[in-house]
Design a protein. Structure first.
Length: 383
């Protein structure tokens, strides 16, 4: 059966409307060859799109995504975020990857007005328009803070948002959401809020017995409330998604609208309700050190409070412990003191002795995946 892919009559690209798909495809080449290549795929006779997975947890592989599932994913995003036809959207990610492709599918399906710009690290720098919706990676968000008011709602994926960046986005009007998903689930199946916690702060003030003015003027109070809220907030499911856990404690996703099969992940989670979960870390990165199981992602969340550079923790072979915990920092050793870092780690709250790294290594530049995530396995080979 041939695919019959049309586009919404309200759809606009760079402010221009189209009556024929051929007209749209021809015009897209003026923007980029990658954009035209995707649109040719989208409107061809096949029922699927071939997409590469990111390679962040293994070797990248080519998979087929059903076009009808991509449309369903677009509809779910539009419903969840209240983004109807004529929504003004900005695509500042590459159409070569699933996040960029899905921004285009949402626009085509829902009838958005979408502008496409080069996927640079500071995409808003030369933009003078206002947009209702966009998607970025954390690096783009960090570099765009002075211009982020141009976006009303923003989803962030492709990497963790650091505590430092979380603090920076608390006083902006843009609504920022972290996303959970993967290529196999056609981008996000769940989101969680990262800012605009004014109501949470007000509630905390009301519960306090101290003078309200003194509390509100204390930046530590704000930081503690924000940190607690973002770390303890949960991912909320988009429509038509069901979740469960397997015997490892890993998330299992039942999303018939976007996948014909159950998606069994390696993500350790805590199920809060039928529509909410808390992400704990990766099953395949658990470090077994002397019989103590350590979850790197939870340790990294704590370390991020004191380490401004990019870093990660990992387990390497040890004759006595089986695996020993190490800390790898993207920096040269002559600019950072490992003794000082170790002392700061020992002074952290909620740290236990098993989570203190046995070694600290410095690497000037991490190896990255094609989507700019840290490639941990390849980076460790540099040690």
């Amino acid at each position: 059966m041939k695919a019959k892919i049309l586009f919404h009559k309200n759809f606009k690209l760079q402010g221009r409307s189209f009556s024929l798909k051929e007209e749209l495809i021809d015009f897209s080449f003026e923007i980029s060859s990658e954009l035209q290549f995707f649109l040719k795929q989208w409107f061809n006779k096949e029922n699927f799109i071939q997409v590469n997975t990111s390679g962040s947890t293994g070797n990248p592989k080519l998979i087929q995504l059903q076009k009808k599932h991509m449309v369903n994913s677009a509809l779910a995003t539009g419903t969840y975020f209240h983004l109807p036809k004529n929504t003004k959207a900005l695509l500042c990610m590459s159409p070569n990857f699933i996040a960029g492709k899905m921004m285009l599918v949402r626009a085509l399906t829902l009838g958005w007005y979408i502008d496409v710009v080069e996927p640079t690290s500071n995409p808003l720098k030369n933009i003078n328009k206002q947009y209702d919706f966009s998607a970025m990676v954390p690096l783009q968000l960090n570099n765009s803070l002075s211009d982020i008011y141009k976006i009303k709602k923003l989803i962030v994926g492709g990497g963790a948002v650091s505590n430092e960046l979380l603090n920076k986005i608390q006083n902006i009007n843009t609504e920022v959401f972290a996303t959970y998903g993967m290529t196999e689930t056609i981008t996000h199946i769940a989101v969680k809020r990262l800012n605009n916690f004014n109501s949470v702060i007000s509630s905390a003030v009301e519960k306090s017995k101290n003078d309200k003015d003194v509390i509100l003027s204390n930046p530590l109070f704000h930081n503690n409330v924000i940190e607690t809220e973002t770390n303890q907030s949960h991912y909320n499911l988009l429509p038509n998604i069901k979740i469960s856990k397997d015997n490892r404690g890993c998330l299992v996703i039942d999303a018939p609208k976007v996948s014909n099969e159950l998606v069994i992940t390696n993500d350790l989670v805590e199920l809060i309700s039928s529509t909410e979960f808390k992400w704990l870390g990766r099953f395949d990165t658990i470090i077994n050190s002397g019989g103590i199981k350590l979850i790197p992602e939870q340790i990294e969340e704590n370390f991020a409070k004191i380490i401004p550079q990019r870093f990660f923790v990992a387990g390497i072979t040890d004759e006595i412990l089986g695996e020993k915990l190490i800390l790898v920092i993207e920096s040269s050793s002559d600019t950072v003191s490992s003794d000082e870092i170790l002392l700061n780690i020992k002074n952290l709250k909620l740290i236990n002795r098993f989570e203190i790294p046995k070694e600290i290594y410095f690497i000037e530049q991490f190896v990255e995946t094609p989507t700019n995530k840290i490639h941990r396995a390849e980076t460790l080979k540099l040690l």
